[in-house]
Design a protein around this ligand. Structure first.
Ligand SMILES: N[C@@H](CCC(=O)N[C@@H](CS)C(=O)NCC(=O)O)C(=O)O
Length: 246
């Protein structure tokens, strides 16, 4: 958590702070780092944002807002101008939208390497994160994230199947270029962006080739992913539309 720090007045190198400036520093409001999310079970963007902050190694508190409650939505508007989650508040800076959060975290925590160090790989990583962010609408609507559910032999319509095939092609291109075990060798923002796709493959019993299934198992066993799934399992709220078998 971010905290205002005061300097010792005995320091010989720093100019001696006057009493007023010390008092101002000491009384400066400490802004806790928070991430506003909604459901662990259903909200794929919350999951992505949370994974990104965990991978960045930032200490933070999670603020969970039930998005279908009008009073909570009014509160969410104060926290997140888009009324969408996730929204990160760090050092008094508000960042909403998952890609913006990933970029911000990469700036403040470069050692976490959320984006690859190599420029070409970094451009590639941004491109596939962008494709996830703006694409795959058929997959997202036909196979909504629902971590607590499992549908055996789920029938996947052709447009969603096209999305699945494109995602598999993206992953294979990464494994060929960077050698695995994660999409860009080491774990990165791209793995966080695609983690809710992995969980959908499990939920909807999507048949996968061995290399892709192995990557999915790796993602599901990743400690932060496993922690998020455990929190979803512990949740009790249901959204009926997303729980029917269709
Ligand atoms: N482009 C946004 C998408 C965020 C988004 O769609 N969030 C959904 C939850 S998964 C949301 O907040 N929905 C709230 C609502 O529709 O009321 C991002 O990348 O963060």
């Amino acid at each position: 958590m971010t905290q205002a720090k005061t300097r010792s007045t005995r320091s010989t190198r720093s100019p001696v702070a006057n009493t007023d400036s010390l008092t101002a520093l000491a009384s400066a409001p400490t802004t806790p780092t928070t991430l506003t999310i909604s459901s662990h079970n259903y909200s794929s963007w919350s999951m992505r944002g949370w994974l990104l902050v965990k991978l960045a190694g930032l200490e933070f508190e999670t603020v969970a807002v039930p998005v279908d409650d009008p009073a909570a939505r009014a509160e969410l508007l104060l926290l997140s101008p888009s009324i969408l989650v996730p929204c990160l508040l760090h050092d008094g800076i508000k960042v909403w939208d998952t890609l913006a959060i990933a970029e911000y975290l990469n700036e403040i925590r470069p050692d976490a390497k959320l984006l690859p160090a190599d420029r070409k790989a970094r451009a590639h990583c941004r491109a596939i994160c962008g494709e996830m962010h703006s694409g795959f609408s058929a997959l997202r609507s036909a196979l909504p994230m629902n971590l607590r559910a499992h549908f055996d032999h789920f029938r996947i319509w052709s447009r969603a199947q096209d999305d699945i095939e494109r995602i598999v092609a993206i992953w294979r291109e990464c494994f060929d270029a960077y050698g695995g075990p994660w999409l860009f060798g080491d774990i990165s923002a791209a793995d966080a962006m695609y983690a809710p796709v992995v969980t959908r493959f499990l939920t909807y019993d999507v048949k996968l080739d061995r290399d892709i299934a192995e990557y999915c198992t790796r993602v599901l066993k990743q400690p932060f992913v496993a922690e998020w799934i455990a929190m979803a399992q512990a949740e009790t709220e249901d959204i009926d539309e997303l729980d029917v078998e269709f």
